[in-house]
Design a protein around this ligand. Structure first.
Ligand code: FAD
Length: 390
């Protein structure tokens, strides 16, 4: 059977766009499939957020997976046991946000539309797409949507890779098999200067002596880009920039990478004052195994710890690995930064749409966030509704 829509990636973006296609564009749920290799939808979101120990989202109550912006507020009023909203900007509790995601997945029957598999290659034709899966099966659809995220490759500094190869106890908080629920006493070094590093330091400061090592002074921003980037204030001007390389420069300048919201920073400052966290603004240049732990060289000085946790984010560059490399090699247009050049409907090819980081040159600096999925839906859904089968 040829499906109407094949969504590749079952994270925040893939799930939101599935809901939007069903509800907004009137695509019957059984004409759509989501392919994702994890046993559950939203697996990467849940694993990454759980490891940080974050209690609330950074974004506000209108950024979630239901097309209706006020749906999470109403859900929260009916399900107070799941948590509330925190100031500023009424940020939802993670438990509440996740409960709302579960309810939406259930309501739209999305678990039944999830194929636990990976897409290894996509053949694009005039009438549709044909995906070859890792299991060896093939799936055809009238349209494909790449919602691959950027979470599959974490960023490991060179010194950390060398230390891991030498057998030192060092992990990345976002690596797939890392679960940080067990309390382990001892001296912990957290590497990074953004919100995740601060959350980890806050999380473990009661249990261990925590060293937070950042190579830049802490930068404070409520959000990871100015809220003007989700509306016409900045996006109208961005749309008028024709040169994709200029768009990339604008995105790079607008994203507050490695930044911390004021509330998280205040909590960290209190822990530093009380001695639970020691802040080092310095580069790590070396790390070696030592007595079951590690000896780090931080700003030229030795620092002995029992364990290192990297909070250095995800690898830069175009995500999607061999699948996306293959599409680019087949001639789909890319900017100098390697990212797709897409039309205003987010089509990379007449039959293939993108969301998330792959849509960044069209959606702008918020493309990777939850609101980026909502912005992508505004481009894709009217088109999908207009081109519905039958
Ligand atoms: C700790 C943390 C907290 C965050 N907090 C916020 C917040 O408060 N507000 C906000 O707006 N944003 C937040 N973000 C940012 C953003 O919303 C998330 O990163 C979001 O989860 C990205 O969703 P995604 O669907 O694009 O990617 P992912 O979650 O990475 O999902 C993509 C999925 O596609 C799968 N996939 C990839 N390639 C293939 C393939 N070839 N075949 C099949 N499947 C494939 C992957 O395995 C993955 O399961 C946060 C991010 C993190 C890490």
């Amino acid at each position: 059977m040829t499906l109407d829509w094949l969504i590749i990636g079952g994270g925040i973006h893939g799930v939101h766009l599935a809901i939007q296609l069903i509800r907004g564009a009137g695509i019957p749920a059984d004409r759509l499939a989501i392919v994702d290799g994890h046993p559950r939808l939203l697996a990467r979101w849940r694993a990454c957020t759980a490891n940080t120990g974050m209690t609330h989202l950074r974004s506000s109550l209108v950024h979630h997976l239901d097309p209706d912006p006020w749906a999470l507020k109403r859900f929260g009023a009916r399900n107070r046991r799941l948590g509330g909203f925190a100031p500023p900007y009424d940020r939802p509790a993670l438990t509440l946000f996740d409960g709302h995601c579960d309810a939406l997945i259930e309501r739209y029957g999305l678990a039944g539309r999830h194929r636990v598999d990976r897409v290894e290659a996509l053949a694009l034709g005039e009438d549709g797409v044909r995906a070859t899966l890792a299991s060896g099966e093939a799936v055809s659809a009238r349209f494909g949507l790449l919602a691959l995220g950027a979470s599959e490759r974490t960023h490991w500094p060179a010194w950390a890779l060398a230390a891991r190869a030498a057998g030192a106890p060092i992990e990345h908080v976002f690596d797939p098999d890392v679960r940080l629920d067990a309390a382990q006493p001892g001296r912990l070094a957290v590497i990074g200067g953004g919100i995740t590093a601060a959350q980890l330091a806050n999380r473990f400061a009661g249990e261990r002596q925590v060293h937070l090592i950042t190579r830049h002074p802490l930068r404070q921003h409520q959000f990871d880009s100015d809220p003007g980037w989700v509306g016409p204030r900045h996006l109208e001007g961005f749309a008028r920039v024709a040169d994709p390389d200029a768009r990339r420069r604008i995105i790079t300048a607008a994203r507050h990478r490695g930044s911390i919201p004021p509330g998280t920073r205040r909590r960290l400052a209190r822990l530093c004052d009380r001695g639970g966290v020691t802040l080092h603004v310095a580069e790590v240049s070396d790390a070696r195994p030592l007595d079951g732990g590690l000896r780090l060289t931080v700003g030229g000085q030795p620092l002995d710890v029992d364990r290192v946790l990297l909070a250095t984010g995800f690898a830069g560059g175009r995500p999607g690995g061999a699948l996306v490399d293959g599409l680019a090699a087949d001639g789909l247009p890319c900017a100098a930064c390697g990212f797709p050049i897409v039309d205003t409907h987010l089509r990379w090819h007449p039959r293939l749409f993108v969301s998330g980081p792959l849509a960044e040159l069209e959606i702008g600096p918020a493309a990777r966030n939850i609101v980026g999925a909502r912005l992508a839906a505004r481009r894709i859904v009217p088109w999908a509704s207009h081109h519905r089968a039958g």
